[in-house]
Design a protein around this ligand. Structure first.
Ligand SMILES: [Zn+2]
Length: 223
């Protein structure tokens, strides 16, 4: 589904756990796409075909998985990046994530091509897509969030959800760091908060006021 401008959202609607995927269409050289958090190839418990559903959804929007140029993982958990390596092999895409999550990623992927760090990330031959990477640890050590100033969209991964936060009980998790990450991201000017999972809500929170209310709710109730 096209959300705004070149940004497409694929909200997971299966029964098993899997992540939402976001795609910046045709923003790289030769019209290639950037995929953020491709999720599971097949979900672990009820064996739903996560990757096939993602590529099927992209096809409906006219986006071919063979034309992916870059796969970004917000973090190294399998429910966000298990399919990264498969897409890398299918399309020749590079895989990018924060170095601190490489040990987690290695459980499901072969190689990391690009390490992402806090700061500007300018993509495309004519720097068509300008993103800002925010290192946002707490759910995992190398978790990143991606902010797109052009449309004020924040791809938050597993930092914050609709009225909930990411887990901190997994290896490398830290409640204190997650709290700091949420506080920092809450200061951004956000029209679209794009969450990493559809937990009781699709995970797409639209409108500056709704986003602010969600950050306020989480800070009041979870900290
Ligand atoms: Zn996670």
């Amino acid at each position: 589904m096209k959300l705004v401008s070149d940004l497409h959202a694929y909200v997971w609607d299966g029964n098993d756990n899997n992540c939402n995927t976001y795609v910046f269409a045709r923003c790289l050289k030769d019209g290639r796409h950037v995929v953020i958090d491709p999720g599971h190839i097949v979900t672990p418990y009820v064996r739903e075909p996560g990757l096939d559903r993602l590529t099927g959804g992209m096809e409906e929007d006219g986006l071919d998985a063979k034309d992916i140029g870059l796969v970004i993982a917000t973090h190294g958990h399998t429910d966000h990046c298990e399919a990264a390596d498969a897409l890398r092999q299918r399309s020749g895409a590079l895989v990018a994530l924060h170095q601190a999550d490489e040990p987690l990623y290695r459980r499901c992927g072969e190689a990391v091509d690009v390490y992402l760090e806090e700061g500007d990330l300018e993509l495309g031959a004519d720097l068509k897509l300008g993103l800002r990477v925010y290192h946002s640890p707490g759910h995992s050590p190398g978790h990143i969030a991606l902010y797109w100033p052009a449309e004020k969209a924040l791809i938050g991964g597993d930092v914050i959800f609709h009225r909930a936060t990411g887990r901190v009980d997994l290896p490398g998790g830290s409640a204190k760091l997650l709290q700091q990450s949420i506080s920092r991201l809450s200061e951004l000017d956000v029209e679209y908060l794009l969450c990493g999972h559809p937990y009781g809500h699709p995970g797409i929170i639209e409108g500056r006021e709704a986003v602010r209310r969600n950050f306020d709710y989480v800070k009041r109730n979870m900290f």
